[in-house]
Design a protein around this ligand. Structure first.
Ligand code: SF4
Length: 220
C-alpha cells in the first residue's frame, strides 16, 4: 500500500486555466485513499472534452486493474452486447467517456469486490463532468453509480430504479450491472431485456449519430 497524500491532490487545486490534460494528470496522480487500497493507486478512466456519452460503473475489478482498460472483462462484453457496440466503438474516447464511481481497484473480501472508495466520486466526478460539457447522457450502471447520481430519487430496489428509467430521462439511464454474478437478476427481470435494452440502443445510437447537432437527438 502507498501512503495517503491528500493535501496535494484536490479539486481545489485546479485553476480556471487548467487544461483537460492537466486535470487528467491530477486524477492519475491521486493518492487520496491509498492507505485503504490493496495496491498502489491506479485510477482507470477514459475521458475527453468532446465526449457525449458518459458510462459510470462501480470500480475496476482485478483484471481491469491489471490491464488498465475499463470494462475489459466479461461484464464489459455483456455491456457492449447490450449497447450493440464493437470494442472499437466502445473505446472511442472522443465520443464515449468511462468514469467509474471509484477509479481504483478497491480489493476483495471473501471473493467479492469491495465497494468503490467513498472519497472518490465526490472528489473527481464534479471536475471531470465540468470539463466534459458535451455529455448528453449518463449511463448509471449498478447501485453505487445510481446512489451517487440519483440519491433519494432512487427506487427502493435496483429493479425499481431501472424500471422507472423514464423518471431520470433525458440526463440519466439507470442499468443493472452486467456482471456474471447478476445473471440471476437478468433472468428474474425479463422486462429489462425486452423494454430497456431497445431504449438504451436507440438513445445511444441517436446520441452518437447526432454529432454536434443536438436537434437530432432523441429525448424522452
Ligand atoms: S480510488 Fe479515487 S480517491 Fe482513491 S486514490 Fe484512487 S482516484 Fe484517488
Amino acid at each position: 500500500m502507498r501512503s495517503s497524500n491528500s493535501s496535494s491532490i484536490t479539486p481545489a487545486d485546479s485553476g480556471a486555466t487548467e487544461t483537460f490534460a492537466e486535470l487528467l494528470a491530477r486524477v492519475q496522480a491521486c493518492t487520496v485513499c491509498a492507505a485503504q487500497l490493496p495496491h498502489p493507486p491506479r485510477p482507470i478512466l477514459r475521458a475527453s472534452p468532446t465526449a457525449r456519452l458518459l458510462i459510470v460503473g462501480q470500480a475496476p475489478g482485478r483484471r481491469v486493474h491489471e490491464t488498465g482498460i475499463p470494462w475489459n472483462d466479461p461484464s464489459g462484453d455483456l455491456l457492449r452486447q447490450w449497447l450493440g457496440m464493437t470494442r472499437e466503438q466502445f473505446y472511442d474516447v472522443a465520443r464515449i467517456a468511462i468514469v467509474p464511481t471509484g477509479l481504483c481497484y478497491p480489493g476483495t473480501v471473501k471473493g467479492s469486490d469491495l465497494p468503490p472508495r467513498p472519497e472518490c466520486a465526490p472528489l473527481w466526478h464534479p471536475p471531470l463532468r465540468a470539463a466534459m460539457p458535451g455529455i448528453r447522457l449518463t449511463l448509471l450502471i449498478g447501485a453505487y453509480a445510481q446512489a451517487y447520481y440519483l440519491g433519494k430519487r432512487r427506487g427502493r430496489t435496483l429493479a425499481d430504479t431501472v424500471h422507472a428509467w423514464r423518471d431520470f430521462a433525458p440526463d440519466f439511464l439507470p442499468l443493472p450491472h452486467p456482471s456474471p454474478r447478476n445473471r440471476g437478476w437478468l433472468k428474474r427481470n425479463p422486462w429489462f431485456e425486452a423494454e430497456v435494452i431497445p431504449i438504451l440502443r436507440e438513445r445511444v445510437g441517436a446520441l452518437l449519430a447526432a454529432g454536434d447537432n443536438d436537434g437530432a437527438y432523441l429525448s424522452y
